[in-house]
Write a protein that binds this ligand. Structure first.
Ligand code: FAD
Ligand code: SIN
Length: 535
């Protein structure tokens, strides 16, 4: 297949980009690939909302910038922060024009929520299912665009570069080109090639690398792993954000249900096993301190008290307002026998967001020509060492827009090099059907366990070294399997997750300090390294 604009991922970043390109270039073909159902994305599960300076009397760009920089703990790129905060408002208004609905006050103003690290109420939301509403609006708009084809159940395996033409490509190769991708078509099990003038990587996060995560099963870091294999630049992977309050449900593995930080924004209080409100011991901002601080405080309380969870107390809150703002959370809690008006909600931290990723510049360009990246898979410089809550949906839209602007100009100048280059078909010679899937599922369990036990909220050098050793073995075994086995999404995802885990550990080992989300007890004093870890 040949297309003009190839979009990998159907979350907020991919869909925003596709819509914009489709409108600006009606004579061009846009193809969106997504590995499962089209709406199965991290985006769909976003709860709290999207941050933006909508009320310019009470709030200001300067305050939002300042909050983002404080949360980022010295590692944000200030120019990028300014771009996102200032351009974000136009992107939110575009989203509204495409049909996304946000909650309003009786007077017609938007209801604005608050989350950890925000000095003002500035978060637009649709009850507690903001992401679902955004995904709905975007997918409906996509359906109306005549030049967009959205292909679901299509697993992108690798980015095609000069390497596939037989050239040696290394990290120092100056002009690595992206010609398109190899995809595993899940309807026929075949690996096919799709060539494109421009590719946008919008493959989302990697929470599934950990045992407990708020992320759905699709979040396996495929985009980052592909770029790393293609010798593109990756940075800051050690900054994995753990959300402080995922619902604690014993026995639930895979995806944990999130209790949005907006619940604390509306007044909920964290309590330990003894019923004590503990956050004031850790930070003057108490329950609304930035996420890294709250997650660490909870981790400590759990360790001190020997429990697997702490509690979120909503009993004192206006219950009618709670039901209006958080109907989904209310219903979920009731379904497990927790009545938020009378009972405490058991919560514990869970892997939630990847602040690092594919290194991009201010126009969303990666280090590989013709390859852009936006959304959670990209590292734009906005989040630094810790993302401010509700800044990621905003970032995804801002950089989808910037990728659109830049790539549409670039394609005009492009004289379709792909026509002249003979890209080989996928070579599956020597591979056979997998004999037992247990080899994959068992390795996945081992991977998640190693990452959760050794590379979690609190780290040290010994734990990181142990994780490295476990990963080495898993890598070796999985590469052997990959060489000999017909491709399946499970095998490709395992391989990608091992790569991503390796990058997280490598970034963590390179960072010889504690900063933001990376907390290493061997370096509690030395705050001297103030740069990104490039991998
Ligand atoms: P996603 O929405 O995750 O989409 C990724 C897409 O890539 C999917 O379509 C997937 O199928 C596709 N894909 C991946 N790999 C492949 C492959 N190999 N082949 C083909 N397709 C592939 N952020 C906020 O700002 N505010 C919030 O309130 C908020 N709440 C959140 C709540 C939860 C529970 C979670 C998990 C996250 C939340 N976040 C929130 C973070 C935010 O939702 C995500 O960072 C954002 O939605 C990511 O969007 P994206 O477009 O980059 O990727
Ligand atoms: C939440 O609603 O607490 C998640 C918000 C975010 O991850 O930005």
């Amino acid at each position: 297949m040949q297309t003009n604009f190839l979009v990998i991922g159907s979350g907020i970043a991919g869909l925003t980009y596709a819509l914009k390109v489709a409108e600006a270039c009606p004579d061009k073909k846009i193809t969106i690939l997504t590995k499962t159902q089209s709406d199965e994305t991290n985006t769909k599960y976003a709860q709290g909302g999207i941050a933006g300076v909508m009320d310019k009397e009470q709030d200001s760009f300067e305050k939002h910038i300042e909050d983002t920089l404080i949360a980022g703990d010295g590692l944000c790129n200030e120019k990028i922060v300014e771009i996102v905060v200032k351009e974000g408002v136009d992107r939110i208004n575009e989203l509204i024009s495409w049909g996304a609905k946000f909650d309003k006050e009786p007077d017609g103003d938007y209801k604005l929520g608050k989350e950890g690290g925000h000095s003002e109420f500035r978060i637009l939301h649709h009850k507690d299912i903001t992401g679902k509403e955004m995904e709905r609006a975007l997918l409906e708009a996509i359906k109306k665009a005549k030049n967009i084809e959205l292909i679901s159940h299509c697993f992108v395996v690798d980015i095609i570069t000069q390497h596939h033409l037989g050239y040696l490509v290394t990290k120092s190769t100056p002009d690595i080109e992206c010609y398109g991708v190899y995809v595993l078509n899940l309807s026929n099990g075949k690996v096919e090639k799709i060539l494109a003038d421009v590719c946008l990587l919008a493959t989302g996060g990697n929470g599934q690398v950990y045992r407990t995560t708020t992320n759905p099963a699709i979040a396996t870091g495929d985009g980052v792993a592909m770029v790393y294999r293609a010798k593109g630049r990756i940075e800051n992977m050690e900054f994995i954000q753990f959300h402080p309050t995922a619902l604690y449900e014993p026995g639930v593995r895979g995806q944990s249900f999130l209790i949005t930080e907006a619940v604390r924004g509306d007044g909920a209080i964290l309590r330990n096993a003894n019923g004590e409100a503990f956050m004031e011991k850790y930070d003057s901002r108490k329950d609304l301190a930035p996420r890294d601080i709250v997650a660490r405080a909870i981790d400590n309380e759990m360790k001190v008290n020997g429990t697997e969870f702490v509690y979120l107390d909503c009993r004192h809150m206006d219950q009618q307002k709670f039901l209006e703002h958080f109907p989904n959370i209310h219903a979920k809690c009731l379904s497990i026998g927790v009545d938020v008006s009378k009972d405490l909600i058991p919560v514990s931290p869970a892997a939630h967001y990847s602040c690092g990723g594919v290194k991009t510049n201010e126009w969303a360009q990666t280090s590989i020509n013709n390859l852009y990246a936006a959304g959670e898979c990209a590292s734009t410089g906005l989040h630094g060492a810790n993302r401010l809550a509700s800044n990621s949906l905003l970032e995804a839209m801002v950089f989808a827009h910037r990728a659109f602007k830049h790539s549409v100009e670039a394609i005009k100048a492009n004289t379709s090099k792909n026509d002249a280059i003979k890209i080989p078909d996928w070579n599956a010679a020597g591979t056979t059907a997998p004999s037992e899937m247990i080899l994959i599922t068992q390795s996945l369990k081992e991977l998640k366990l190693a990452m959760s036990d050794y590379v979690g909220i609190v780290r040290n050098n010994k734990r990181l070294a142990r994780a490295n050793r476990r990963l080495d073995l898993l890598h070796e075994e999985t590469e052997q399997l990959y060489e000999k086995t017909e491709l399946s999404p499970q095998l490709c995802q395992l391989r990608n997750m091992i790569t991503v885990a390796y990058l997280i550990v490598k970034g963590a080992e390179l960072r010889k300090e504690s900063r933001g989300l990376h907390y290493n007890t061997d370096y509690l004093q030395q705050n001297i390294i103030l740069q990104n870890t490039i991998l």
